[in-house]
Design a protein around this ligand. Structure first.
Ligand SMILES: O=P(O)(O)OC[C@H]1O[C@H](O)[C@H](O)[C@@H](O)[C@@H]1O
Length: 285
């Protein structure tokens, strides 16, 4: 029987979430905690997102996996909590629809007294998750309803699930300048035709305007971004469980983070203005 497209409330490891389905059998789950996509299964495919079995879902720390939304600070590029203020906040549903084979839901999160004590700005963050066939679109819009400009860095911190991280390759980064966050050094140029993960990787690739291909033995994903200037590639490698207690020992083998990011150069949003960015992931084969 053909499933009906829908958006329905559900419970994901005890946290309130929404389950999206399409008529052709795609599904996704997005958590209200963090506005975080936690599952994406294209029609006839396996789960495409990694979520740690040790992830914590009670809001005491960010959920490890899926697509955390990092704003208004990427990683430790400033004095705010790592990756900003939104990962443990409760988001609200602002829109949902199903049409022409696409199912989407939008979630919003804005400033409050707690956020303003850390970051004295009014903001409205809206994440739209849309699934259609083999395609996932994540759109992040950041609006400044306040009276002063704000500057931000941030990311859609996508944990792509892989069968074995050492056997995947990421193509499309050749020739780009990148900052290796594991070295105290100036940016350098990527000279490898594809990135293969054989050790810890934590890199910010600058000005990445082209599609990337993530290949493993079973399939190829196309990853495209708009609006986000940079791409961050992260895998914590062996021993990660000592630094990240919400990862198990072998988990580093099960994911590669390919993040749509604004990291090198903060973006300024003027009062009344909006910034917008998108990450698209498509199963190509
Ligand atoms: O542990 P988290 O706060 O989720 O951060 C996980 C990782 O996120 C990004 O990819 C950064 O580039 C890394 O430096 C960081 O370790």
């Amino acid at each position: 029987m053909t499933p009906l497209p829908s958006v329905t409330p559900c419970d994901f490891h005890g946290t309130p979430a929404l389950r999206l389905t399409t008529g052709d059998g795609a599904s996704a789950v997005v958590s209200l905690l963090g506005g975080q996509l936690l599952s994406w299964v294209p029609p006839g495919e396996k789960e495409q997102l990694f979520v740690s079995e040790r992830a914590v879902f009670d809001g005491s720390k960010p959920i490890r996996g899926g697509v955390p939304v990092c704003f208004p600070q990427f990683a430790d590029l400033g004095g705010l909590p790592k990756h900003g203020l939104l990962r443990t906040r409760r988001w609200e549903v602002s829109d949902q629809s199903q049409h022409n084979g696409c199912t989407l839901v939008s979630l919003v999160c804005g400033d409050d007294a707690a956020s303003r004590t850390l970051w004295p700005h009014a903001f409205r963050a809206e994440l739209t998750v849309a699934i259609e066939g083999e395609r996932l679109d994540l759109e992040l819009s950041l609006t400044n309803p306040g009276e002063a400009p704000f500057a931000f860095t941030g990311a859609l911190h996508t944990y792509l699930k892989v069968a074995e991280v050492e056997e995947v390759s990421l193509e499309g980064l050749y020739g780009l300048d990148y900052l290796d966050k594991l070295k105290d050094a100036a940016p350098t140029r990527e000279t490898a035709p594809s990135l293969v993960v054989e050790r810890e990787v934590d890199r910010i690739y600058y000005d990445c305007a082209r599609p990337l291909l993530l290949r493993d033995e079973q399939h190829t994903l196309g990853i495209n971004t708009e609006g986000f200037s940079d791409v961050v590639v992260w895998n914590p490698w062996e021993g990660a469980e000592a630094r990240f207690p919400d990862l198990a020992a072998k988990d580093f083998r099960r994911f590669l983070c390919v993040e749509a990011a604004v990291a090198r150069q903060p973006v300024t949003v003027a009062p009344g203005e909006e910034w917008w960015g998108r990450q698209t992931v498509v199963v190509l084969s």
